[in-house]
Design a binder for this molecule. Sequence first.
Ligand code: NDP
Ligand code: 2IT
Length: 444
Amino acid sequence: MSYVDEVIAQVIEKNPSQPEFHQAVKEVLDSLRLVIEQNEDAYRKDALLERLVTPERQLIFRVPWVDDKGQVQVNTGYRVQFNSAIGPYKGGIRLHPSVNLGIIKFLGFEQVFKNSLTGLPIGGGKGGSDFDPKGKSDREVMAFCQSFMTELSKYIGADTDVPAGDIGTGAREIGYMFGQYKRLQNRYEGVLTGKGLSYGGSLARTEATGYGLLYLVEEMMKCHGEEMTGKTVVVSGAGNVAIYAIQKAQQMGAKVVTCSDSTGWIYDPEGIDVDLLKEVKEVRRARLTEYAAARESAVYTQGRGVWAIPCDIALPCATQNELLIDDAKQLVAGGCKAVAEGANMPTTLDATAYLQENGVLFVPGKASNAGGVATSALEMTQNSERLSWSFEEVDSKLQNIMINIYHNIDNAAKKYGKEGNYVVGANIAGFEKVVSAMNAQGIV
Ligand code: NDP
Ligand code: 2IT
C-alpha cells in the first residue's frame, strides 16, 4: 500500500465517526500523491504525514451558562490547535448546533494549508461549540461567550493562538469574548481578530472573505479571457461571506440572482438588493422570508435549490457539503463556467470531480476564501504595531494576496503537470511551505 493510502486508512481507523475530517484528509492527501511519491522514503521515516494529520493539541471543555429563565445550560467547547509550524495557531470559532470534534478537526486541518497559502506567518487551528446563537437574547449570548472564554483564555494569546469569527460568530460574539479575555488575563492584546473598529479591529476585515473570493475569481476569469461584467452569479448563504461576495460581484458588474439560509432560498432575477439583505440578516437577524416580503422581484422557496438556476459562476458560501453531485450536474447543464468556494469544503468530493471533468474551473475554499484569515493576519500586524491602516490600504493588500494565491496555485498545478487543477495546485502550494517549516524545526 502506498504511504498516502496507509495514512488515509489510519486516519479513518483512529478517528471513527468523523466523516468530515476523513473527507478533508482524503482530498488533501490524494492530491499530494505526486509530491509525496517523490519523497516517500524520507517522509515515511519522519512520519511526516502522521504528524500532519494529528493536531498538536486538542482541547474539549464544558461551557455552563444560565439562560433567561434561570435554567443552567451546558454546551461543549472545542479548540483544535492543529499546526504551528509557520506561526501562531489561527482560525475561527464556529457556533452552531452541528459542531462536534470531527467538524472542528476538518476545519482546523484545512486552515493549516489555507493559512500557508496566504504567505503570512500564521499556523492553523479552529474552535467552536454546539451552542446555537439563533433565538438567544443578547444577555444569553454574552453569558455563553464569557463562559466559553473563561476556559479558552488559558490556552490562547496574541503569540500563541488567535481565534476569530466563523458561522454564528460575528462582531457581537467577538466583542463579548474579547472583553472577558481582557478581564481574566489583564492584557490588552490582539488575541482575537474580527474585533470592532473601536477596540483594535481592522477596516475591511468584515468584507474580507467575500471581497477576497471575488478578487481571486476576477483574476482567474481574466486569465481565461473573461471579465466579470455581465456574468450571472449564483450564491448560497446569506451570512458574512455571502453578503460581501454578493456586494463585490455586483461592484464588478456581475448580476447575483440568488442567496440562501438554513431554511430556504431567494431567486431575485433583478439582482440581490444587498442593502436589504444586510438589513434582514445583520440588523434584524431574521429569515429570508422577510427579504422576499420586502422585494417584489424576489421569489422565496423553502429548502435548498440555488444550484438549479442557470449561471456563469457559482459561489457556495454557506457550509460544508452543500453542493452535491446532482447540484454539480445541474450547474454543468446550466452552463456554469466556474465554481469558487467561499465556504469551507462546501463541495463533496464526487461533485468536485464531476465539475472538473466537465471543464468547470473549480477553486477550493482553502485558496478562494483565504482573504478572511489573511486580513485577520493584517489585523494582527496592526495590533502589534498599535496602528490602524486605512480601508484602502488593507483592501489593496487583500487584493494582492488573492491575486498571488491564484498565480501560486496555478503555477503549482502546472509544475506537476496538472494545469487548471486548482485543488492539486492549492494543496501542493500550501503543503510545501508547511513541510519545509516542519522539517527545519526537527521532530516536534
Ligand atoms: P454566517 O454565520 O455569517 O453565515 C452562514 C450562512 O450559511 C447563513 O446564511 C446560514 O443560514 C447558512 N448556513 C449555516 N449553516 C447552514 C446549514 N447547516 N445549512 C444551510 N445553511 C446554513 O457564517 P459565515 O458567512 O462567516 O461562514 C460561511 C462559510 O464560510 C462557513 O463555511 C465558514 O467556515 C466559511 N468561512 C468564513 C470566513 C469568515 O471570515 N467568516 C472565512 C473563510 C471561510 P442562517 O442565516 O439560517 O443561519
Ligand atoms: O475559515 C476561516 O478562514 C475563518 N473562519 C476565518 C479565520 C480567521 O482567523 O480569520
